[in-house]
Design a protein around this ligand. Structure first.
Ligand code: S3P
Length: 183
């Protein structure tokens, strides 16, 4: 905190405290939703999901937002969700796969964990229902190109990454180790 006395006015400048939120990032289908619920449980944190926040506000499913209004509109809603995330604390937040790509300043929202996994493994895990919910996964070749184009940014815009092919317990332990080193 810095305080400046200009004549009779005292101006107090407070610096905002870093948030204790944990933000999970990674490509579609890497397992953010399931891991976020298990991690929130393990840490005693609340659970949030940027796509669920968008769907609740828009009263529309993500695929319908894309088909009715287009991707650019969805990205604006995603940025509004980021503004809401700024007000949260002690939450584990699963984000949509494009969130860290379009929201450059994601590391200011909390500790960002990138869930790294090979594309081939995502494909094996995805059910037809999972694909139907994700407009950017409808064309496998384009999805692979998107995956390749995003990998470097996922790494750059995270505090650390975990191997999302590992067991949930291992991922929770890796996360706890990282958080305790940071503390
Ligand atoms: C997207 C990923 C989706 C969802 C939207 C766009 C992306 O979330 O936000 O379809 O750009 O990768 P999941 O990563 O939860 O599938």
């Amino acid at each position: 905190m810095d305080s400046t006395n200009t004549k009779n006015k005292v101006i107090i400048v407070t610096s905002s405290l870093p948030s204790d939120n944990i933000i999970l990032t990674g490509f579609m289908g890497c397992g953010k939703s399931y891991f976020s619920s298990r991690l929130a449980q393990a840490l005693g944190f609340r659970l949030k999901d940027s796509d669920a926040m968008i769907e609740a506000d828009a009263k529309l499913a993500i695929k319908d937002i894309f088909s009715q209004y287009g991707e650019a509109y969805f990205r604006r809603l995603e940025s509004q969700a980021a503004d809401k995330i700024k007000t949260l604390s002690s939450c584990v937040i699963a984000t949509g796969g494009g969130f860290p790509i379009y929201y450059e300043d994601i590391k200011s929202l909390g500790t960002v964990i990138y869930m790294q996994i090979p594309f081939e493994e995502i494909v094996k895990r995805m059910t037809p229902q999972d694909i139907a919910k994700r407009p950017l996964f409808s064309d496998m070749k384009k999805a692979k190109e998107l995956f390749d184009s995003r990998e470097a940014l996922y790494k750059e815009r995270s505090h650390f990454h975990i191997n999302a092919s590992a067991s949930i317990d291992e991922m929770i332990n890796q996360t706890k180790d990282f958080l305790s080193q940071k503390a």
